[in-house]
Design a protein around this ligand. Structure first.
Ligand SMILES: [Zn+2]
Length: 193
C-alpha cells in the first residue's frame, strides 16, 4: 500500500477514537496505515499512533484506498443498503414493542450513530423513529382491544407504555377516541359518545 503521510486529524475525531465513542459511528472511519485496517470510532482495538491514522468519511472510501475492514468492529456493515437496515429495524421494533425503546437502543441494533439513524429512518419511512414506534404501539393496542378482554392498563403495559394516562392520550391523539370507546364501537356495543 502506498504510504501517505497522515493528514490532519480533527481534535474531536482523535478524542472519539481514544474514547471509543460510538456517537461518532457512521460519521467517520479511521484507517491505520501500519496495519492497513480500518475501523469505526467505537472500535476497542489498540489505540494507534496518531501519525499512522488516516480519516475517511465513508467505509467505501476506505475500501477504495485498499484498507481492509476490521474483523472486530465490522465497519463495512454500513455498506448494507439503507432500506435493508431500516427494514431490520422495523422488525426489531415489532419484536420489542412491549418495552421502552430509545434511539440509542435502535442505533445499537444497526451499528450506526443515533443522528444518522434518525435521518435515514425518516427518509425511508417518512416518519421519525419516535413517531413510528408510537403508531406501532397504537396499532398493537387496537388489536388487543378488539381481540381480548384485557383492561386498558394492562394493554397499555403490553404495548410498552407504563403510564396508562399517557397511553390513553396517544391513543386518542391518533384515533380521535379513547381506547374504551374504540373497543365498544368495534364490539358493536353501541354509541358511547
Ligand atoms: Zn475495528
Amino acid at each position: 500500500m502506498e504510504k501517505q503521510k497522515s493528514t490532519y486529524i480533527p481534535e474531536r475525531y482523535w478524542r472519539a477514537i481514544k474514547n471509543n465513542d460510538s456517537t461518532y459511528n457512521g460519521l467517520f472511519y479511521y484507517g491505520v496505515q501500519t496495519t492497513g485496517i480500518f475501523c469505526r470510532p467505537s472500535c476497542k482495538s489498540r489505540l494507534p499512533l496518531p501519525e499512522n491514522v488516516q480519516i475517511f468519511s465513508s467505509a467505501k472510501e476506505a475500501l477504495a484506498k485498499q484498507f481492509r475492514p476490521c474483523k472486530r468492529c465490522r465497519p463495512e456493515q454500513l455498506l448494507l443498503p439503507e432500506d435493508k437496515w431500516v427494514e431490520e429495524l422495523i422488525d426489531w421494533i415489532d419484536c420489542h414493542l412491549q418495552r421502552k425503546i430509545t434511539l440509542e437502543d435502535l442505533a445499537e441494533v444497526v451499528h450506526v450513530s443515533p443522528y444518522h439513524l434518525q435521518r435515514t429512518f425518516k427518509k425511508r419511512t417518512g416518519k421519525s423513529p419516535h413517531v413510528y414506534i408510537r403508531n406501532a404501539r397504537v396499532e398493537r393496542a387496537k388489536e388487543y382491544l378488539v381481540s381480548t378482554d384485557k383492561s386498558i392498563s394492562s394493554i397499555s403495559k403490553e404495548v410498552g407504555v407504563e403510564n396508562t394516562a399517557y397511553f390513553i392520550t396517544i391513543f386518542k391523539d391518533s384515533m380521535n377516541v379513547t381506547p374504551t370507546i374504540y373497543r365498544a364501537r368495534q364490539q358493536g356495543r353501541g354509541n358511547l359518545c
